[in-house]
Design a protein around this ligand. Structure first.
Ligand code: GLY
Length: 400
């Protein structure tokens, strides 16, 4: 009897502690979500005045005080309309909505683009969000057409989608980032499209799990294949510190990618793999206390190495979803880690003040350090995944 009473009291105490921890967290996050979306709204209203009619924002050059923009086939052009749609969803600002709709039209021709593997980034983060919000059948057809374009890059002998075209460095390269384009393939097959798209996504994922991952669940950046025989020619990097290093954004893409593949298939192997990647990332001795990683986990020169806010934003958003598929202490660990990332990104080191940073929200991302490209700058996709992570907390955890 006495034992039962002690056990019951302990149970009530633990629940009370956990309840008060999550209400404190909710209060903090509610404030962060509101302030970040208000800032995002004003920053993007400012940015949109500098965007040329036929190009999309990339970054900001502090020296010349100029917004940097790119042509529509650049891999990131879906993130601007996608970010605007996240903002509109929260703030209902009609100027944000009309800029989102204008830019969707600008990138629409990408639906038939077949020169890279980035169709998911370009067309699902943009039109996928637009369809989710407005249910316009025309957007669905554009996503279907984009999946078909991406499927033309599937190479059966390699059991993979080819990422980049043959170039001076690679024969038939696949990069870890490619996993991010598969969410669109699953979605199309599950929403009335041909089943072949999901089959391609599954086959690609299985090959990536086998060829990219090391025993510690870190990943290579590039695997180069012989297209005819399907043989792996080399495992290497293009944007990381070394062939054997763990390029931070690559780890984030892989984590996010395996989670979406689990969502799309319910295959537990993908979920276990995602959890192992999360373990590698979150327990890495080089992950700083604020959980914003160096641009490569093996960058060297820590603590002076550059941080990559984009990898943190992608990881925060991925962990928000991973927590949906976990219980108890494991779930809390994913949520609390992602909350730390969102809090860190919201402090003055990483987050711009109103009117600064060319209208981008986040500073300090790294595109490709070894190529001396986009080093320690704002990047459009860091903002996109940061806003997605905040939205996911609001939709899935706030007051739940
Ligand atoms: N997908 C290209 C990059 O992450 O830099």
């Amino acid at each position: 009897m006495k034992f039962k009473f002690v056990l019951l009291s302990f149970f009530i105490l633990m629940n009370t502690i956990s309840f008060s921890q999550s209400t404190t967290r909710d209060r903090k996050m509610s404030q962060l979500i509101t302030e970040n979306y208000a800032l995002a709204n004003s920053q993007y209203l400012y940015m949109m005045k500098q965007v040329p009619s036929d190009r999309m924002p990339q970054s900001f050059d502090e020296k010349t005080n100029k917004l940097l923009t790119r042509e529509i086939t650049w891999w990131c052009t879906g993130f601007y309309p996608g970010t605007l749609l996240f903002i509109y969803e929260q703030t209902k600002d009609e100027n944000i909505k009309s800029e989102a709709l204008r830019t969707l039209k600008v990138i629409e021709p990408n639906q038939t683009y077949t020169e890279n593997h980035d169709l998911g980034f370009m067309m699902y983060n943009s039109f996928g969000n637009a369809y989710r919000l407005f249910k316009d059948e025309k957007y669905k057809q554009i996503i279907f057409r984009s999946a078909e374009s991406l499927s033309t890059r599937y190479r059966p002998n390699m059991k993979s989608i080819q990422s980049w075209n043959k170039n001076q460095y690679f024969n038939c390269p696949v990069i870890i980032d490619n996993l991010m384009n598969l969410e669109m393939m699953n979605w199309v097959s599950q929403n009335g499209g041909d089943a072949k798209y999901q089959q391609i996504a599954i086959t690609h994922t299985n090959t990536s799990m086998k060829e990219f991952y090391r025993p510690d669940y870190s990943s290579f950046h590039v695997v180069d294949f012989d297209e005819k025989t399907g043989k792996v020619l080399k495992k290497t990097t293009h944007q990381g510190a070394a062939n054997t290093s763990a390029w931070s954004r690559g780890q984030a893409w892989g984590l996010y990618g395996f989670i979406t593949m689990y969502r799309g298939t319910k295959n537990m192997v993908y979920l276990t793999h995602a959890k192992n990647i999360a373990k590698f990332y979150l327990n890495h001795p080089n992950l700083p206390a604020d959980k914003i990683p160096y641009w490569d986990f093996d960058a060297g020169q820590q603590p002076l190495a550059k941080r990559d806010a984009s990898a943190a934003a992608i990881t925060a958003s991925a962990l928000m979803e991973l927590a949906q598929y976990a219980k108890g202490a494991e779930k809390e660990n994913y949520i609390n880690s992602a909350v730390t990332m969102m809090e860190s990104l919201s402090n003055d080191t990483y987050r711009a003040k109103p009117g600064e940073n060319g209208g981008f929200i986040l500073k300090h991302s790294v595109g490709a350090l070894p190529l001396n490209s986009e080093v320690d700058v704002p990047l459009i996709y860091a903002d996109y995944y940061f806003l997605e992570a905040l939205k996911r907390y609001k939709d899935w955890y706030l007051n739940k």
